[in-house]
Design a protein around this ligand. Structure first.
Ligand code: KE4
Length: 435
């Protein structure tokens, strides 16, 4: 049995957590970091380099959480650090246009051709809330559709049966969201075309938009059924509702061009974040010209931000996009992701433990479940207790995974074959501790 916080291994982290709780709600600046789903106290990181992070007790881990996705180049990539240092020496923010903002917008457009115009913001939440406002303005309608278990950040309209931390903490919906506003968010199961068709038959004329994680990553990793996204596209088009692909997590992860490139579906709007900031605060939304032209100052839909497009995040994002467009990067991600998921499957089989795994590009997921996970209902049935034990066994073995089964895991350029081999050895040890 793995001791969650045995002896001195996490001594400094435990003390740090106690101290933090005196000043920060729950001791963390984002709920999923609090280890609530896996028990024990969170470990405090002091530094990262490549695929590794070190905690303040000096323990080293191979990191598959990678700051929840942004660090696709790995921790402190020399070229990203140099780009940020060079930019910082010239000034960190101007609140005025800079060339580098246009450079990143153009780099994003080259990878996401559905984005005729792109607006930079400072988080995925800002991106999705802005895209939602835009969809409502463009259609003159108020209702939106989201899917149970999908997470689109913490703007009021999205905290309805959401995934990620909302699901991890089993919060039904968040208090503080006015009932009248919550009523405008219609939620249905993911991967259920009939439910979507029925919803549109009933509310279609009032639905401004549908926002979807085209590959879901916030209820664990759940892939769309064959033809599902095509059906979502057809139904939204038939009712002139705006289709928003929330690619904050999947962008550059499941494919360089995100889920829309992988599945060949063109959304009306796309939201991005994480990778395009290379670890600095960033978000972006963009899409069809006739919709984006409504955004102020071009149009009347207001959205603003003191640090939007700040040169530091632009510099880190640009260098990161250059790095992942080098030859063979995505073949490498697929090879390593498959090595991990097949090892996981084989160790589980040997122990007679039912598991489900998913892998697309540099993103992968695993459930302790006997049936394929295709929506929030089945995701919630996965064995959380077994995941808890596995998480701590891997932590003890020097591998840091997402502290919740309702999240996804990520690879970086720095996860080389030696790191993958180390991880597979840790997996084998961890499975020996699972009954
Ligand atoms: P941020 O506001 O956290 O930058 O992005 C919100 C967001 C929007 N859309 C999707 C698909 C997302 O996955 C996210 C944020 N993801 C979570 C991890 N599941 C961030 C981690 C956290 O909340 O601390």
């Amino acid at each position: 049995m793995v001791e969650e916080s045995n002896g001195t291994r996490y001594k400094r982290s435990r003390a740090a957590f106690m101290q933090a709780k005196a000043s920060i709600p729950g001791g963390v600046n984002s709920p999923v970091r609090a280890f609530r789903a896996v028990g024990g106290d969170p470990v405090y990181f002091s530094r990262g380099e490549g695929p590794y992070v070190w905690d303040i007790d000096g323990n080293r881990y191979v990191d598959y959480m990678l700051s929840w996705g942004p660090l696709i180049a790995g921790h402190a990539h020399p070229r990203v650090v140099a780009a940020v240092q060079e930019q910082a020496a010239k000034g960190t923010s101007f609140g005025a246009p800079t060339l580098i903002e246009t450079e990143l917008a153009e780099a994003i457009k080259a990878i996401f051709p559905s984005m005729d115009l792109v607006r930079m913001v400072n988080s995925g939440t800002e991106a999705t809330m802005s895209a939602l406002r835009l969809a409502r303005a463009y259609t003159g309608r108020s209702k939106i559709v989201k899917f149970e278990g999908c997470y689109h950040g913490h703007a009021d309209s999205f905290l309805i049966r959401a995934g990620s931390g909302v699901a991890t903490l089993s919060l039904p919906d968040s208090p503080g969201v006015p009932g009248d506003l919550a009523a405008l968010t219609l939620t249905i199961p993911y991967n259920d075309v009939d439910a979507l068709r029925l919803l549109f038959q009933e509310h279609g004329e009032d639905i401004a938009g549908v926002i979807v994680e085209a590959v879901a990553g916030n209820m664990g990793m759940v892939v769309p059924d064959h033809g599902y996204l095509q059906a979502v596209r057809e139904i939204t088009s038939a009712y002139d509702a705006v289709l928003i692909f929330d690619e904050v997590m999947t962008g550059f992860r499941v494919h360089l061009g995100g889920a829309q490139a992988l599945f060949g579906i063109t959304p009306d709007l796309t939201t991005l974040g994480k990778v395009i900031g290379g670890g600095l605060p960033v978000g972006a939304y963009g899409g069809r010209k006739e919709i984006m032209e409504l955004v102020a100052p071009l149009g009347p839909v207001y959205q603003a931000g003191t640090l939007s497009g700040n040169p530091l995040a632009m510099a880190a994002g640009l260098e990161t996009l250059r790095l992942i467009q080098e030859e063979g990067v995505y073949e490498g991600f697929t090879k390593k992701g498959q090595a991990l998921t097949s090892a996981f499957q084989s160790f589980a089989k040997k122990r007679g433990i039912p598991v489900q795994t998913t892998q697309l590009g540099s993103m992968f997921g695993a459930f302790f479940a006997s049936v394929p996970v295709r929506d929030y209902e089945t995701a919630k049935k996965a064995d959380a207790e077994r995941y808890r034990k596995y998480f701590h066994a891997m932590l003890e073995a020097g591998v840091y995974l997402a502290p919740s089964q309702l999240e996804s895991s990520f690879l970086s350029l720095a996860h080389d074959d030696e790191v993958i081999a180390f991880t597979i050895q840790a997996m084998e040890k961890a499975f020996q501790q699972l009954n």
